[in-house]
Ligand binder design. Structure first.
Ligand SMILES: Nc1nc2c(ncn2[C@@H]2O[C@H](COP(=O)(O)OP(=O)(O)OP(=O)(O)O)[C@@H](O)[C@H]2O)c(=O)[nH]1
Length: 404
């Protein structure tokens, strides 16, 4: 009897060992999945947005079911492909911007398209048979609609009246000559229209670009960088428009196309003064020729925003003087542009004007009105949305485009 018990105990012990071994084996194969470093596990019951129910996941996010394998077929062995190295990443080719000189000649047609109407209208009026008071009033009206301003219009009409009286002849060629010469005097070719873009002693030149919303500031900074790169300048861009979310990206893209670095903050709404400060510091460190600072568009009537602009300027000046403050004005806004110019000038002291969107307006007379009001020259004009559609302002080419 006791030997029967002994056999039973031994058999039980063997059973325990066999079952235990089987459990350990099964667990070791399928119980744990190693997480790839850096891959995040998705909390149960949640799914990243846009992730569909792929293999292994049912649409309700419940129990995963794997697709059933079909009948096993033995595939013939695939021929071994010769190993090819991956194609090297192409080096981004930098664009070569068009030289600045002569751009206005190329863009003259765009200027002329809208402004020759003015020139033609004037020529037709002036060379017509009888120049009575009514005709002179028409000349005045035509000039006023071009945004030349009352003062400049009066001067021009007076001068033309005198010439008609003194010389008598009024054939078209003569009248065109008068008009060209008088307009040129008003536009004032003697003004210095160069943009400060060369190192001053041991530091880069610093240019700040300001203006109301949507006038084309960011675009202008990008285009100006191209003008300067074409002149072999080393440029650094500062994205101090931290208000409009896409402005820094937009500026960075402009810079990258011509190999120009952009200093920016990754945070929307960052302090624009500190970005501007960093940009100038970078410009000093990398020994750039010029630092161009883009600022957020702001209404000249908002005191708080104008104060902020004053602060940007003061903070930059703790590190380096600002050599140029360019006011970007949309030529199509007409007389309101003059008021903007006055206020910006009071707050940050404008040294030059960039007149954008001159391609879409017959109001070229604003050039004269602004220069007179502020005493600062129009230095650059925007004549389209193309990357090289910003040209140094050339008074002669401008007047020629008007009088034909
Ligand atoms: N036709 C034409 N369009 C221009 C010219 N300059 C700029 N633009 C366009 O004007 C629009 C506004 O330009 P942005 O550079 O974004 O203006 P911004 O002043 O930086 O705008 P905010 O940052 O909102 O103040 C864009 O669509 C430009 O392509 C120009 O000379 N001619």
């Amino acid at each position: 009897m006791s030997s029967l018990w002994e056999y039973l105990i031994i058999a039980l012990a063997l059973l325990v060992v066999i079952v235990g071994g089987a459990v350990v084996l099964l667990h070791g194969r399928g119980g744990r999945t190693k997480e790839l470093p850096g891959r995040e596990s998705t909390p149960q019951g949640t799914r990243p947005p846009g992730a569909g129910g792929g293999a292994g996941t049912d649409d309700d996010g419940g129990v995963a079911t794997l697709p059933r394998p079909g009948p096993t077929t033995v595939e013939p062995e695939a021929p071994v492909e010769p190993t090819t190295l991956p194609e090297p990443e192409p080096t981004p080719t930098l664009e070569r911007p068009e030289a600045a000189a002569g751009r206005l000649q190329r863009l003259r047609a765009r200027l002329a398209r809208s402004n020759t109407a003015l020139g033609k209208g004037l020529l037709a009026l002036l060379s017509r048979g009888e120049l009575d008071e009514e005709a002179w009033e028409e000349v005045e009206d035509t000039l006023l609609t071009s945004d030349l301003g009352v003062e400049a219009t009066t001067e021009l009409v007076d001068s033309l009246r005198t010439q008609v009286k003194v010389e008598g002849t009024r054939d078209e060629a003569t009248v065109r000559r008068w008009l060209r010469s008088d307009l040129l005097t008003l536009v004032d070719p003697s003004m210095d229209r160069s943009v400060a873009a060369s190192r001053v002693g041991t530091r880069p030149a610093v240019v700040m670009v300001v203006g109301v919303n949507g006038t084309g500031k960011t675009t202008t900074v990008g285009k100006l960088a191209r003008v300067l790169v074409a002149e072999d300048k080393d440029v650094v861009l500062g994205a101090a428009d931290t208000f409009r979310a896409a402005a820094a990206d937009q500026l960075e893209t402009w810079g990258a196309r011509v190999g120009v670095p952009t200093v920016r903050s990754d945070r929307d709404g960052a302090d624009p003064a500190s970005v501007a400060f960093d940009a100038v510091r970078t410009g000093i460190e990398v020994e750039a020729d010029v630092v161009l600072i883009d600022t957020a568009g702001r209404l000249h009537t908002k005191v708080g925003l104008m104060d902020e602009l004053g602060k940007v300027k003061r903070v930059v000046e703790k590190q380096s003087p600002i050599d140029e403050v360019l006011l970007v004005l949309d030529a199509t806004t007409g007389q309101n542009g003059l008021r903007q110019a006055e206020v910006f000038s009071e707050v940050v002291g404008i040294t030059g004007v960039v007149l954008t969107k001159l391609d879409g307006t017959a109001k070229g007379g604003i050039v004269v009105a602004i220069q007179r009001k502020l005493g600062v020259p129009v230095k650059l004009v925007g004549l389209g949305e193309g990357p090289d559609d910003l040209a140094p302002f050339d008074p002669e080419a401008f007047v020629d485009a008007i009088v034909g």
